[in-house]
Design a protein around this ligand. Sequence first.
Ligand SMILES: Nc1ncnc2c1ncn2[C@@H]1O[C@H](COP(=O)(O)OP(=O)(O)OP(=O)(O)O)[C@@H](O)[C@H]1O
Length: 469
Amino acid sequence: MSSANPYEMPPEHMLGYDGAAIDAYYSASLTYTRQPLNYHLYTLPRPEALAHKYFVSDDIREELQKRSETIHTTAPPGLGLPEEMQGYHTLVPLEPIGADRRKFGNWYSMVYRATSSTDGSTYILRRVENFRLMNQSAFGAIETWSRLRHPNIVSVHEAFTTRAFNDNSLVVVYDDHPNAQTLYEAHIKPKAPQFQNGRLQAQSNRISERTIWSYVIQIANAIKAVHDAGLAVRLIDPTKILITGRNRVRIGSCGIVDVLMHDLHSDISFMQQDDLTMFGALVFMLCCSNLAAMNNLQKAIDHLGRYYSADLKSVALFLISKGGPHKNIGQLFDMIGSRLLTELDEAQNGVDRLENELMSELENGRLVRLLCKFGFINERPEHNHETRWSETGDRYIVKLFRDYVFHQVDELGRPVVNLTHILTCLNKLDAGTDERIMLVSRDEQSCLVVSYREVKACIESAFSELSRG
Ligand SMILES: Nc1ncnc2c1ncn2[C@@H]1O[C@H](COP(=O)(O)OP(=O)(O)OP(=O)(O)O)[C@@H](O)[C@H]1O
């Protein structure tokens, strides 16, 4: 009896995967029009009671699909962007060109997504315009940053200067988190009013206490890792912290200030103290939904006290207080107490949820392999000088089975388009069950009763004949 497990089959039975046939470094000149995707193309609403799922849930699929679409978006022509630069191509600006621009210290900066020619992945390039590097040692900190990997920090890859933009630009390269939003965009930027109950109503930006704690814990965790590595974040601002998934925040733009301010030799512990103050200001800005919250501290404290817990207020005040040289990020964790456990619970629940989602996709690859085998065999115009190879012998049964799976019609002659039928048939075929089915030819002149086990054997023998050829 043949094995029911496709992974135990000898290699020639496995479907070949030719990595070289796929161009990972897709051509920069490739432009095409994207058709809007129907994200729910192949899932119908299912009764909740059906515990077993075949596909990952629609909202996760849609989110991941949108990220993938974002990665493949190209820039409109005529922006005058460099074609290629230090191993990166297909640059796409992530901010509107020519819009109102805030300065990054003394400099203007611009953010692009670009594809690496080395590994085919996309990265984020933050370019600082008109920056002249005086001393190569300014890149020293970038090396330390690039070794720091942390779940709440956008990883730094490398930095270089370039004249590709027709000026002297500094470029720092970061991990790409497609469709990330900054904390500013998500929580502070005023939202357009919306119609509710027939009236145009202002949208509140207030963040729940639970979410604020989650942000505080994640950012504190990142700052601790940075300080432990002997570095300082130096830029903690709602426009530079990204939300990269559900509730997940990461500090972005790390390392850039170290290069820009390299000549101003500051004491690291002083800069680390500064991080805590910036972090405290961030908490006030988020709680008040206002970038300028620190301009009127008393008002900000009153607001925080009115809408949030006393514990959160203590944390914010601790961070902005002049605590002396011994004040450090570790002390914050003593104040957070059991909220850390709540965060841990949530994170673990999140992993469980995703693992369950992953389980539902587990079988897809197996079924695709089976479908590919069908594709290799059915309607093959010729094999071994036999033009009717795919219509004769075992292959005839494979053809009838293909019709049984895909080409059934109902009593009125309408196509049966039922995914469950296909999945059931393919799973029984893969398992090689003894259940018997009746296969009927299209002209209804011949009729065969066969078991799934027999059909499976036919497919295996036809496929191995092809693989040997
Ligand atoms: N690592 C990253 N991955 C994905 N998107 C990113 C990344 N870093 C930045 N972005 C996106 O790029 C856009 C521009 O970033 P930027 O930091 O310039 O924000 P900004 O709000 O425009 O700030 P500023 O006004 O200071 O330029 C933001 O929408 C942000 O979500």
